[in-house]
Design a binder for this molecule. Structure first.
Ligand code: URP
Ligand code: ZN
Ligand code: ZN
Length: 468
């Protein structure tokens, strides 16, 4: 009879496809047995009444990213991954932002140094391409993909970050040759700039006008264009942070045409609306993110996209800035004009409880769908499967134990991130991750980190299931 380091007993194991009562045997950080009545172990965790699920994988997280003159992101790799662990995540994929003129290797060196020794969960990097030179496309990306940096993000918006269509095409072509998966932020920058100009003429500068300068049509048009460019090059892409029906329907149609497309939505598009930006005393700045939250009909559409599988990924797009801070949302320029309010909201710790409560407990999605869109699909699409994202023999023992009956009122202090607010303050949820194991070791229990050291590792990744 095998002796284990740890066994988790009497829990209900949930994967993307199955739900079954089983003990889980762990040895050397891996799952080595799934069976009834495993006993012979150094540590026994009683999971009676709990769900045992793969640790959450959040493939869209911004940490310690330069965010403009005088603006500081609220989370570094220490606080951001601490908050991720408290919210039931065992892996986060963060962004490595290429500065103009910078080589990708240089950028990655900087981000590795930022993360080194600080992470409480496992991490990996997507490369953000802002300067697709011949060297970047011809030399660097192919070498980096071979080294396990297998995903890229490109922006169609934000001055200084956006790529032109010819640059996007060239990047997509490199992706096709190398097997990299490209994530696209779809909003039409020229339309947004035009609308900002019109708002300025009218003196419409309050936070709520962030939403009216980034209308659904600007997202839908860019989504359609990104999908068309991908079709022209014949390469799969991921449309990230989809906020509304029209963009979602573009994904559905592209799939019907035979394109290989992944879609992502986020908690803010289920829980918030543009009305949240329309509040007194700059309170609306807390909800400024791009694309902006829309309306109730858009929320319903995003739920439909999750239920029907149009969205493969449910990610946080955690991009935290402090609110009451001259280096955050309320910087001097931001107080005068919405365009200087840094874009992004915190959410890495609340992603899973919100979807569990609003999705699973309401019956909108099954437990298995929950695991698929919060963990398994992230592992598959970004080249970590089956090491991550499932409960199977040989997989890393990254496991989240969920109490489905735990009722929690979300407050900022619970989340232990660097931001001084959460957009979900006061939201009541049912279901909470009460314990998290990372490669077999408990790293979080009952809302506190345990184990002492930062145990997260950097993950090199294989090719995406979509491109392989
Ligand atoms: O407002 C957002 N989403 N900020 C993060 C950057 C991005 O576009 O993902
Ligand atoms: Zn984006
Ligand atoms: Zn983002």
């Amino acid at each position: 009879m095998m002796r284990f380091d740890t066994v988790i007993r009497h829990g209900t194991v949930v994967t993307a496809s199955d739900t079954f009562v089983s003990d889980v045997g762990i040895l050397n950080g891996k799952i080595v047995a799934l069976a009834a009545e495993l006993t012979d172990a150094d540590e026994v965790i009683d999971a009676t009444g709990l769900y045992v699920m793969p640790g959450g994988i959040d493939s869209h997280v911004h940490l310690d990213q330069p965010s403009g003159q005088g603006i500081v992101m609220a989370d570094d790799f220490d606080s951001g991954t601490r908050s991720a662990a408290l919210g039931g995540n065992s892996t986060v994929m963060t962004f490595c932002m290429q500065e103009k003129g910078q080589s990708l290797r240089e950028a990655l060196k900087i981000y590795h140094a930022k993360a080194e020794g600080k992470c409480h969960v496992d991490v990996s990097f997507h490369m953000v391409i802002t300067d697709p030179t011949a060297d970047v496309l011809g030399q660097e990306i192919p070498a980096l993909v071979a080294d396990g940096y297998t995903s890229i993000k490109v922006f169609m918006t934000y001055e200084g970050l956006r790529l032109r269509d010819d640059e996007i095409l060239a990047t997509l072509d490199t992706a096709r040759r190398t097997g990299a998966l490209v994530m696209v932020h779809c909003e039409n920058e020229d339309a947004i700039r035009y609308l900002i100009g019109r708002h300025e003429e009218e003196g419409q500068l309050a936070p709520k006008f962030h939403a009216t300068t980034r209308p659904i049509a600007a997202e839908r048009e860019a989504t359609h264009r990104a999908l068309s460019l991908a079709e022209i090059v014949d390469v799969p892409i991921v449309i990230v942070h989809v906020s509304n029906r029209e963009a979602m329907e573009e994904i559905r149609r592209a799939r019907q045409r035979g394109q290989k497309i992944a879609g992502e939505t986020c908690p803010q598009y289920l829980m918030l609306t543009a009305d949240d930006l329309d509040q007194d005393a700059m309170e609306g700045a807390k909800y400024v993110c791009s694309p902006p939250p829309r309306d109730k009909a858009s929320q319903d559409a995003c739920w439909e996209g999750l239920e029907q599988g149009v969205f493969d990924l449910f990610s946080s797009d955690h991009c935290p800035f402090r609110f009451d801070d001259p280096e955050g949302k309320l910087n001097e320029n931001g107080k005068r004009h919405f365009r200087w309010i840094p874009n992004g909201i915190p959410g890495v710790a609340t992603r899973l409880p919100i979807l569990f409560s609003e999705g699973v407990m309401t019956g909108r999605i099954s437990l298995n769908q929950f695991v698929a869109v919060t963990s398994t699909n992230h592992a598959k699409l970004y080249g970590l499967y089956p090491q991550k994202g499932t409960i199977a023999i040989g997989a890393d023992a990254d496991l989240a134990l969920w109490d489905p009956n735990r009722r929690v009122t979300i407050t900022n202090d619970l989340l232990q991130h660097g931001a001084d607010y959460t957009p979900y303050e006061g939201t009541q949820v049912r279901g909470w991750p009460v314990q998290l194991l990372l490669r077999g070791k408990t790293v979080m229990k009952d809302g506190s980190l345990v184990g002492g050291e930062e145990q997260g590792q950097y993950l090199a990744r294989g090719l995406s299931s979509l491109t392989a």
